[in-house]
Write a protein that binds this ligand. Structure first.
Ligand code: IMP
Length: 502
């Protein structure tokens, strides 16, 4: 007879943390959110890769491209660039992240002198910032003839078809610096001249990029930036169980720091084969595997040599796997079951395998719950899709700004390498396991992450913990009844308008 688990499976919203004693040591500024990504002998050595905040972005077209990877690494987290694209494109994205030099930024908003005010406004809307380079041919590396910032035009007083050449600040009036200027020199020029951006130009007048005052301030204010030993941003890449023999060497060559097998069901012989191949050909590569939801799945992947293990089947916001296939487990129960198995594995072998809770984080406090239950970091899709830096379009729908967000198993993405069942690489998805959707637009990633982590730190302080490891040891959790969930929100009052959206 089939095995029926004794306990029903539960999700994050069914739990609360019970406060522990808070002491002088428990203030948010003393909380360390750094966390390991790669397995290690805890107590004897350090993990060879740690991230500075416990957040990684999902292996998804609508989430993790080079733009989001740069923005997230600058906040201290890590992106896994999506694998449902050609090896060449994915490697190009990895290269862009590794080449990114905090400070000198290629111009992403470019117009020509013949463009119009309307074009400038559309570009501002699309890119989310107000500085555009004016180049002779309107390209990012064309000959620089001026710049346009929001100080150069007044929409209420000017016709939308006014030519850029009539209102731009022309090159003669700009402070520029030659190619080869160091970041320190560039920042000094910015301060000395009281300007907000400094165009860097080649000897022949073509644009290299900009240095922005706000980036300097960001860098100073963000000691958490996730950098490798050469001071380049750290980036991950999704891989699959079909073409790893070509994809993995190319990604490592392009500079990927960590790989992650991307599959809706990772308890499979295909993952074993992929892990064995990678480990025998690239013993130093860091490679995570998943997804699993219970102790058996964990043990299988641990024995196959996974460096971290990802948990979650069917809990993603765009996911319909449970409806389509009837498989999965409530995310909270899955994390608890796997974390128990991980701790037993550690007690037996001395090897600590970091766990990633993937999918189903809806409220910020769910992050604290996932960590308390034993996850070392979280993978988030919906959360990151909402920000300016995600790759998808920002639209105005029914009176609000939204961003597009679609599942890898939706018809839109058709990531057959994630969803094809039999591993024979025929390239077909028999049915959808995800939907195409909108998520509420949430502004810049930095502000969003800062707020979410302020909440996580506050929760940890309330639970008397200053590190994730301490939190996992000390946390006390309780299952809540349906009526006490109602009690937890504002109730029995008439709320005034609020902008709170998570
Ligand atoms: P979210 O953070 O709740 O939006 O969940 C993101 C996670 O959902 C990803 O990291 C994947 O594990 C999973 N996922 C991505 N696309 C699909 C899909 O089309 N169907 C089911 N799960 C998906």
């Amino acid at each position: 007879m089939a095995k029926i688990f004794e306990q029903e499976s539960r999700t994050f919203s069914e739990y609360l943390l019970v406060p522990n004693l808070t002491t002088e040591k428990n203030t948010p500024d003393q909380v360390d959110l750094s966390t390991p990504i790669c397995k290690y002998k805890k107590g004897q050595e350090e993990s060879k890769l740690k991230i500075n905040i416990p957040m990684v972005s999902a292996v998804m077209q609508a989430v993790s491209d080079d733009g989001l990877a740069i923005a997230l690494a600058r906040c201290g987290g890590l992106s896994f660039i999506f694998q449902s694209q050609s090896v060449e494109n994915q490697c190009e994205m990895i290269r862009k992240v590794k080449k990114y030099k905090a400070g000198i930024v290629a111009s992403d908003s470019n117009v020509s002198p013949d463009s119009t005010l309307e074009d400038v406004i559309a570009l501002k809307e699309q890119q989310g910032h107000g500085t555009a380079a004016v180049t002779e041919d309107g390209t990012a590396d064309g000959k620089l003839v001026g710049i346009v910032t929001t100080r150069d035009y007044r929409v209420s007083r000017m016709s939308l078809d006014t030519k850029v050449s009539e209102f731009m600040t022309p090159i003669e009036k700009l402070v520029t610096a030659p190619e080869g200027t160091t970041l320190k020199e560039a920042n000094d020029i910015i301060w000395d001249n009281k300007i907000n951006q400094l165009p860097i130009v080649k000897a022949d007048g073509r644009l290299v990029g900009f240095v922005f005052r706000k980036d300097y301030e960001f860098h100073k204010a963000n000691p958490l930036e996730l950098l490798d030993k050469d001071k380049k941003l750290i980036v991950g890449a999704g891989i699959n169980t079909h073409d790893y023999e070509t994809r993995v060497p190319a990604l490592l060559e392009a500079g990927a720091d960590v790989l992650c097998l991307d599959s809706s069901d990772g308890f499979s012989v295909w993952q074993k084969r992929a892990l064995e191949w990678i480990k025998s050909n690239y013993p130093d590569a860091i490679v995570g595997a998943g997804n699993v939801v219970d102790a058996e799945g964990f043990k299988y992947l641990a024995e196959c040599g996974a460096d971290f293990i990802k948990i979650g089947v069917g809990g993603g916001s765009i996911c319909i796997t449970r409806e389509q296939k009837g498989i999965g487990m409530g995310q909270a129960s899955a994390v608890q079951d796997v974390a128990k198995a991980r701790d037993e594995w550690f007690a037996k072998t001395g090897e600590y395998i970091p766990l990633c809770s993937d999918g189903g984080i809806v409220h910020d406090y769910h992050m604290a719950l996932a960590l308390a239950m034993g996850a070392d970091f979280m993978m988030l899709g919906r959360y990151f899709a909402r920000f300016d830096e995600s790759p998808t379009k920002k639209l105005f729908v029914n009176g609000s700004y939204v961003k597009e967000y679609w599942g890898e198993g939706s018809n839109r993405a058709r990531s057959w390498t994630r969803y094809e069942e039999n591993g024979n690489g025929k390239g077909k998805m028999a049915f959808e396991e995800g939907v195409d959707s909108y998520v509420p637009y949430a502004g810049p990633i930095r502000d969003g992450v800062e707020t979410s982590l302020a909440k996580v730190k506050a929760t940890m302080c309330a639970c008397g913990s200053s590190s994730i490891e301490e939190f996992q040891e000390k946390a006390r959790l309780v299952v809540v009844s349906a009526t006490s969930i109602v009690e937890g929100g504002a109730h029995d009052v008439i709320t005034k308008d609020s902008n709170r959206n998570n």
